[in-house]
Ligand binder design. Sequence first.
Ligand SMILES: Nc1ncnc2c1ncn2[C@@H]1O[C@H](COP(=O)(O)OP(=O)(O)O)[C@@H](O)[C@H]1O
Ligand SMILES: [Mg+2]
Length: 310
Amino acid sequence: MYMITFSGLTKTFKSTAAVNDFTLEIKDGEIMGLLGPNGAGKTTLILTMATVYQPTRGSVIVDGYDVTTRPTEIRSLIGIAFQDPRFDRLLSVLDVLEWHAKITGVPSGERVQRLESVMRRLGLWEVRRQRTWSLSGGMKKKVEDAKIFIQCPRIAVFDEPTAFLDVPSRLLVWDMIKELQEEGRTVILATNMMDEAERLSERVAIMNLGGLVALGSPSDLKQKVKGSEVLEIKPTDPGHVDLERLKRIHGVSKGVISNDILKLFLSRGRERIPRVIDELRQQGVEIESLFLKEATLEDVFLKYTGSNLS
Ligand SMILES: Nc1ncnc2c1ncn2[C@@H]1O[C@H](COP(=O)(O)OP(=O)(O)O)[C@@H](O)[C@H]1O
Ligand SMILES: [Mg+2]
């Protein structure tokens, strides 16, 4: 049974298609990573699912309810940690979280204990009386994430949950997200951080320009990179590299230049290196460094979208 079904979903703002003919089914109880660069459409997709925006075309069905006709039922199932938390500046951390627990129906008998345990874990207990306007970006993000850990919704959505967090806090939030899933919740995790998507998600949907460009488990996606090796070359003059000619070399399936680094996707890379060096020499391109490695999820992303995450 699918918990969420996007079918040909399109959401346009004036002339921009922020989400464009997007189709995806999310299983009950899985962590689905939505990975894409800034502007890929992740936040718009999430906000349309959460009934904040109306679809321009296509549909989203959440637990059998259609977003356009049954928004109230859907809202009661979802909790979202927003990308840009906005709190009433006069409220304290405790006010914000108490209020959230109350309006999302956390039973009153459990409220005090749940609030305290989540706040203590995230290091928010000491600052609970502090007004939200005085918090750092990372602290604000933790308050936003804490809402969802306290709420424990059927569907937990995190939009870049660890942006601005230091490393220990990031690891902690990852653990807490994993625990939500272990308790049977469905989790959607939008991120532009490869390690975050790879570490938490059972499946990753790679988004680019509003569309779905690849879908699978992190290891499936890596296997989809034909050859599964990447030869990274730093040429002294990237502008002179003739990619088309390099791609004609036997075993090379794709070539991309990104941030002045030439990346060739190839099979049996070690055997191809001399041929690649020869070809570059013929093109008059000098090599500063050369490095052969296994394809990472980041390379998969680059292969499908032609651009880096950022
Ligand atoms: N409320 C809005 N009004 C106009 N354009 C928007 C709005 N929200 C998003 N967009 C545009 O839609 C595209 C996708 O944005 P967004 O969904 O925020 O992507 P992501 O979350 O992947 O960074 C961008 O080009 C962005 O400028
Ligand atoms: Mg976003």
